[in-house]
Design a protein. Structure first.
Lengths: 115, 111
């Protein structure tokens, strides 16, 4: 099955700096890559996603890049703010024969933005 | 995603009891996924359902766990004879195609 590795596990940045989180996946058939933000005790919140026919997608301060050849994708947050502090999860998905888009998650990156 | 509802939010069960977790998807969504999250871990897929059908249960333990999504009412994840290792946060996600939106989760504690 699919395996997703995520690095780093913890990341501290100064407010205003950029943060980059990287993930690799094992199954070349994966074609959908969402990123979730989870604050302590809260639900995972979908913040951005990318499909395999696109190399880059941007939404305000957040961008995601995908390299299908190398099987890795990254989350970039610019001009970080204290409210960006949370655990970020990457995930990969393949549409199964049964129509399931089950997500395989990385283990998460705890981002701390220092004011 | 505020539309995905789960209850209860917290559930305490003694070993050997049954746990029932409920999930109501967003309006217009007919796909429900269940995931389990252990402390300091990512989410692990358990089961995928559509109305009245279990489509993919490849992540579900073979014993004690079952799920349903009836024609009327919420999806239910049922854990029989709970053990301490079942303590975790259980999240459901609803979807119309590939984007999945999560509910607030049920935190199960087995004492």
């Amino acid at each position: 099955g699919e395996n997703v590795e995520q690095h780093p596990s913890t990341l501290s940045v100064q407010e205003g700096d950029s943060a980059v989180i990287k993930c690799t996946y094992s199954d070349s058939a994966s074609n959908y890559f969402p990123w979730y933000k989870q604050e302590l005790g809260k639900r995972p919140q979908l913040i951005i996603d990318i499909r395999s026919n696109v190399g880059e997608k941007k939404d305000q301060r957040i961008a995601v890049t995908l390299n299908k050849t190398a099987k890795h994708f990254s989350l970039h947050i610019t001009e970080t703010q204290p409210e960006d502090s949370a655990v970020y999860f990457c995930a990969a998905s393949i549409r199964s024969g049964a129509g399931s888009y089950q997500l395989t998650f990385g283990k998460g990156t705890k981002l701390s933005v220092i004011p | 995603n505020a539309g995905v509802m789960q209850n209860p939010r917290h559930l305490v069960r003694r070993r050997g009891q049954e746990a029932r977790l409920r999930c109501s998807p967003m309006k217009g969504h007919s796909h429900v996924y269940w995931y389990r999250q252990l402390p300091e871990e990512g989410l692990k897929f358990m089961v995928y359902l559509q109305k009245e059908n279990i489509i993919d249960e490849s992540g579900m333990p073979k014993e004690r766990f079952s799920a349903e999504f009836p024609k009327e009412g919420p999806s239910i994840l049922r854990i029989q004879q709970v053990v301490r290792g079942d303590s975790a946060a259980y999240f459901c996600a609803s979807s119309r195609s590939y984007e999945q939106y999560f509910g607030p989760g049920t935190r199960l504690t087995v004492t």
